[in-house]
Design a protein around this ligand. Structure first.
Ligand SMILES: *[C@@H]1O[C@H](CO)[C@@H](O)[C@H](O)[C@H]1NC(C)=O
Ligand SMILES: *[C@@H]1O[C@H](CO)[C@@H](O)[C@H](O)[C@H]1NC(C)=O
Ligand SMILES: *[C@@H]1O[C@H](CO)[C@@H](O)[C@H](O)[C@H]1NC(C)=O
Length: 471
């Protein structure tokens, strides 16, 4: 054999090998299946939760001494370090603004009344995999409307409170609509009134299993799902794992974190139109300013929570001022990044002190700081990432609602994960869409579910052979 031929064969073999490696690196990994009954409660694992169908109705009640202690903490805190001259929220929460919030908290915020508000929807506790899950349930009925169940999942630093103004839109008949929703909105484990895991490993994938179990135990084998932030991430996992149970997936944070998408984002620095449509260039380019610098500046919290949640949690769990500052900063930057330059952070424009404090109270009263941070550690680690769920295509009918100041994913790459995207909408507004713009988000959900219903009807009739019979 001539040496030319050997070189040729060698190069060909290398090319085939590299092609295969690139294909593996760019495509989804093999789909794995998780245990569906892992026990997350304290102590010896047991299966009592499987046999026990106890669904306990309850209301939120906070003992007086806890509220008195809070009042004492607010009254006796050390003087705050004043902000630098001429600085608003660029260094984080402005302490003058925080003082204003604390003043309101001490003098006008009335927990007795807010607790009544939080108790306006029926709530239940149910034990799933050893954890007491607190779920808000709003049933609905109206003549001539089809009632469909929907699971709403919140994220960090949110809570079920974010959905309170949206629930009436979903559960009362809306003009011109055909469906009406039965809402199930659980606090995710370690957040607010749901018990936190006692054992390591409860990340987004494992929470997807837990909420599927919850829905099953509550008697729903098929349902719609909606979420933003970590709720959306948990639901992306759920849509991969249980496509047959999910009638449709509505997300206000559709994420595509695939190597291919990243490659296209990079190539877009040369030709932006390879990645993003022209009217959205400025959402991601120039990459250095809009992505790299932006994430470096705004994602410190993420790195801390994903690596040392317990250290960070000590102060955040202890100090009501601390957790308030930490959470409020996110409501400023997540709602409209340019509000960093405002003295009032825009807080009263998009929300109200009262409603923001409801959410902060839910964290402080239930001591959720540390346990909520841990979701980042349990999700953004090597073992969890290697499960590869975030790289799997999602086949269930999906709707993505993109809010202007939220994480952005370009139209062209959405299809890499959401292979059955039936609706893509753009809205003004920020990361906390349900809380900030309940009517806008509710309308978007209705629009999507009408499309999902239509799609599912067609698919069902094809599977039943109706199409052939009618032909
Ligand atoms: C919760 O409070 C509401 C309103 O006060 C009341 O009607 C309901 O019976 C309470 N539920 C439970 C389980 O205590
Ligand atoms: C707080 O709200 C409760 C319930 O609405 C009301 O009875 C009470 O008077 C309020 N307290 C203050 C100090 O306004
Ligand atoms: C965001 O803030 C900027 C500057 O204050 C303002 O011009 C813009 O209208 C805001 N956008 C929304 C959706 O509120």
């Amino acid at each position: 054999m001539g040496s030319g031929r050997i070189v040729f064969l060698g190069v060909t073999a290398l090319a085939i090998y590299l092609g295969y490696k690139i294909k593996c690196a760019l495509g989804p990994p093999p789909l794995v299946t998780l245990e569906n009954d892992t026990y997350w409660g304290p102590g010896e694992p047991n299966n009592a939760w499987k046999e026990n169908f106890l669904i306990t109705p309850l209301n939120i009640t906070v003992p007086d001494e806890v509220l008195e202690y809070l009042k004492w903490r607010l009254d006796t805190h050390r003087p705050m370090v004043p902000p630098l001259e001429g600085v608003q929220q660029q260094y984080g929460m402005n302490t003058k603004l925080l003082e204003d919030v604390i003043q309101y908290w001490k003098t006008e915020y009335n927990w007795t009344e807010r607790q009544q508000y939080l108790n306006k929807y029926p709530q239940y506790k149910i034990n799933i995999q050893g954890l007491q899950i607190h779920v808000v349930h709003r049933n609905s009925y109206a003549d001539g409307y089809k009632v469909v169940p929907i699971l709403l999942l919140h994220g960090w630093p949110g809570s079920v409170r974010e959905f309170y103004e949206m629930i009436p839109y979903l559960t009362n008949p809306q003009e011109g609509r055909k469906v009406i929703f039965e809402v199930l909105a659980p606090y995710i484990p370690g957040y607010g009134f749901s018990q936190a895991a006692a054992k390591p490993g409860l990340g987004a994938a494992q929470m997807a299993v837990l909420f599927k179990n919850m829905m099953e135990k509550l008697g729903y084998d098929k349902f719609y799902v909606q979420g933003g932030d970590f709720g959306a991430i948990i639901l992306q996992h759920m849509a991969v794992m249980y496509p047959d149970s999910i009638l449709g997936f509505h997300s206000n944070m559709c994420l595509v974190h695939t190597p291919k998408a990243l490659l296209r984002l990079m190539l877009g620095t040369i030709f932006p139109s390879w990645y993003v449509r022209p009217d959205h260039y400025d959402r991601v380019y120039p990459l250095r300013e809009k992505v790299f610098e932006f994430y470096l500046r705004e994602s410190g919290y993420f790195h801390l929570q994903a690596t040392k949640p317990d250290t960070l949690g000590v102060g955040m769990n202890d100090s009501p001022m601390g957790i308030a500052a930490y959470i409020l900063e996110k409501f400023v930057t997540g709602t409209n990044i340019s509000w960093q330059l405002r003295e009032d952070g825009g807080l009263k424009e998009a929300f109200s002190y009262r409603d923001l404090l409801d959410n902060i109270m839910i964290y402080w009263l239930t001591q959720s700081a540390t346990t909520s941070f841990r979701l980042y550690s349990e999700t953004f680690n090597k073992a969890h990432t290697e499960l590869g769920f975030m790289r799997q295509p999602i086949t269930v009918p999906t709707a993505c609602a993109r809010f202007k100041y939220d994480f952005y994913t370009a139209d062209g790459v959405l299809g890499e994960i959401f292979t059955n995207l039936l609706q893509l909408t753009d809205h003004e507004g920020g990361h906390f869409a349900a809380f900030q713009l309940p009517k806008v988000l509710a309308d978007d959900i209705y629009d999507a579910v009408e499309k999902f219903e239509e799609y599912n009807k067609k698919r069902k009739s094809i599977m039943n052979g109706d199409v052939w019979k009618n032909a």
